[in-house]
Ligand binder design. Structure first.
Ligand SMILES: Nc1ccn([C@H]2C[C@H](O)[C@@H](COP(=O)(O)OP(=O)(O)OP(=O)(O)O)O2)c(=O)n1
Length: 138
């Protein structure tokens, strides 16, 4: 795998390439089907390779926040180790999502930009909605 320097700018295309390379080097393209990738994201880890956990990556991410109650933005009270762990679980979700999009032939960046535009039309500025009511109670 090409070395990650930490200095290159991170794009969805870069991550897509890294995941494709990662899978090819291990002969794991056979496991990276749309269904398997979706299951790895949201429910039990289906991959026959290793993990015996019954929790998908979104579940692992949720577990970090479980029982903590609401937490302040920026996570000021969290240990550095917890934040590193959070970054890892967020990354797992992102990486599987990028890979799933690639395998399905969806340009995720373009699709997301288009969706941002659609959201702006659906929710015009100044219109009251339920998410604003939630914010008011925070
Ligand atoms: N068949 C696989 C297995 C793993 N991965 C990659 C994508 C994820 O970024 C990460 C997931 O690896 P694990 O299933 O080992 O999950 P965790 O890293 O979360 O480990 P754990 O569940 O022990 O916390 O590895 C992958 O692309 N294809």
């Amino acid at each position: 795998m090409t070395k990650v320097t930490g200095e290159e700018s991170v794009t969805l295309d870069l991550l897509k390439g890294k995941m494709a390379e990662f899978a090819k080097e291990r002969d794991w393209d056979q496991f990276h089907s749309p269904r398997n990738l979706l299951l790895a994201l949201v429910c039990s880890c289906f991959f026959p390779s290793f993990d015996d956990s019954q929790v998908g990556e979104v579940g692992e991410l949720s577990e970090i926040f479980q029982w903590k109650g609401e937490v302040p933005k920026g996570l000021p009270d969290w240990e550095e180790e917890e934040k590193v762990h959070l970054g890892e679980e967020l990354s797992d979700v992102l990486l599987y999502l990028v890979r799933l999009s690639d395998i399905c032939g969806i340009d995720l960046g373009k699709a997301a930009l288009r969706k941002v535009g659609l959201n702006a039309i659906k929710y015009p500025v100044g219109i009251k909605d339920s998410s604003k009511e939630i914010q008011q109670h925070q």
